[in-house]
Design a protein around this ligand. Structure first.
Ligand code: ATP
Ligand code: MG
Length: 424
């Protein structure tokens, strides 16, 4: 392999230290909010049996038909890298017997894999933050989850997002609509592309989700699902809307919104941006009451959403620039043989005594001058200076790097107290 050939797999990215602060902020905010809303973390495998995704996501989806990273393991089993989190989480709830007469609110975060054409905001390994609730049938939890997503998005600082909302109704109310759609698109077969023709047989609703620009007027004139909703579906949807109205969350009812995955029912929603090219969705979700039984569990209502971390981080970068990593509070300069013998020990003592202190130690030696340059570059507020003379006398110099102030000399035993005082 030549040097130039060493690249990550196509569509899979390294997140370098200069970029991780944005990720950490998003994940930290999400974690704090999930805990505040009573959601608990669940961690599930990154690979599952391929059959799980076929059964849950559906044979007629792009994901199952062309986007899965599937391989045979050494034992001959077909495994697939998870393209989304919901299937694995539902599998885990069933496998662990967590659904019988129980309610759960859970969250999960991590990498997902889809063999798509890589472009801005669309990758083959990407990351999602995901929430799911099991055992709640009413519109209140749908609304609560949307409120949670709204609060998280607001807290990150992303701007100019639009919430699109729709109802897919119950499976029964969709059946009648399905027939109407088959009749409609069937009458325009010559205009459909290969994907849509395939969907016409398997899952005509998915044609509405097509991104093909040539199909957009045909789709715009298709019959609306909203007109086929039964009374119960309508009431559920009105309930969601009322809760959102009550807390002042703006939304657009978009009767064309259908989700890419087959298992949704009732509420579906998407947070959209116009600032990432054609990758508009930053967070999508909805109710999927039928999925648990579809996977062999007992009937359990469920609702959830997933947020694309790459898209949020990219939007934040476009709108606010990259946040920088937290600089150390202090940088320990260690010059001379005696100082080197004692420097790490002093650093550990300071860490024992000041747990909040962010202290970067100059490892690897160097002159006073070059170490002070590194101290300055680190962004630290102070340099703690330890030469042989200081070491002999068990003192250290404390030099302010950001404001004009005389350097002071402080005994090792007094140093923790002095630093703590300055940190507050
Ligand atoms: P899209 O319409 O953009 O393909 P999707 O409907 O396939 O999105 P979901 O399966 O609902 O997306 O996944 C939830 C979120 O994950 C999306 O809203 C998006 O932010 C993000 N996402 C999906 N696919 C990718 C990808 N290939 N790369 C980066 N983020 C993605
Ligand atoms: Mg997709």
């Amino acid at each position: 392999m030549t040097r130039q050939q060493i690249q990550p797999p196509r569509g899979m990215n390294d997140v370098l230290p200069v970029h991780t602060p944005a990720w950490q902020q998003l994940e930290g905010m999400a974690r704090a909010l999930f805990s505040a809303y009573g959601y608990q973390e669940i961690r599930v495998p990154i690979v599952e049996y391929t059959a799980l995704f076929k059964r849950s996501i559906g044979e007629y989806t792009d994901i199952v038909q062309k986007e899965m990273f599937t391989f045979e393991d050494p034992g001959g089993d077909s495994l697939t890298l998870r393209p989304e989190a919901t299937a694995g989480i539902v599998r885990a709830m069933i496998s662990n017997g967590l659904l019988h007469n129980q309610r759960h609110r859970v969250w999960c975060a991590g990498p997902m894999f889809r063999h798509e054409k890589p472009q801005r905001g669309r990758f083959r390994q990407f990351h999602q933050i995901d929430v799911e609730a099991f055992g709640y049938a009413g519109p209140d939890i749908d609304a609560e989850q949307i409120m949670l997503s709204a609060r998280l998005l607001r807290r990150t600082g992303v701007r100019r997002l639009t919430l699109n909302l729709n109802s897919l109704g119950t499976a029964e109310s969709r059946r009648g609509y399905r027939d109407k759609l088959v009749a409609y698109f069937g009458a325009h077969k010559s205009r459909l592309d290969a994907d849509s023709l395939r969907r016409l047989e398997g899952n005509p609703l998915r044609i509405l989700d097509s991104k093909n620009p040539d199909l957009q007027d045909l789709i715009a004139a298709a019959p609306l699902l909203t007109e086929s909703l039964d009374e119960a579906s309508r009431q559920h949807f009105d309930g969601v809307c009322r809760h959102l109205d009550a807390v002042g969350i703006d939304y657009v009812v978009n009767p064309r919104l259908v989700r890419g995955l087959d298992y949704y029912s009732h509420t579906v929603f998407e947070w959209l941006t116009t600032e990432l090219g054609s990758q508009g969705a930053v967070c999508s979700g909805g109710r999927y009451d039928g999925l648990v039984t579809q996977l062999g569990g007992e009937p359990t209502p469920a609702v959830g959403w997933a947020m694309g971390q790459e898209r949020i981080v990219e939007l934040l970068r476009v709108q606010h620039g990259d946040p920088s990593a937290a600089a150390p509070d202090a940088y320990l300069v260690i010059a001379g043989a005696a100082a080197e013998a004692q420097g790490l020990m002093l650093a550990e003592r300071l860490r024992d005594a000041c747990p909040k202190l962010r202290l970067e130690v100059n490892c690897g030696g160097g002159s006073f001058k070059s170490q002070l340059k590194r101290a300055d570059k680190s962004g630290a507020r102070w340099a703690i200076i330890l030469g042989d003379m200081e070491t002999d006398r068990r003192v250290a110099g404390l030099k302010s790097l950001r404001v004009e102030a005389p350097q002071v000399e402080i005994g090792w035993d007094e140093l923790p107290q002095e630093l703590t005082k300055r940190l507050d």
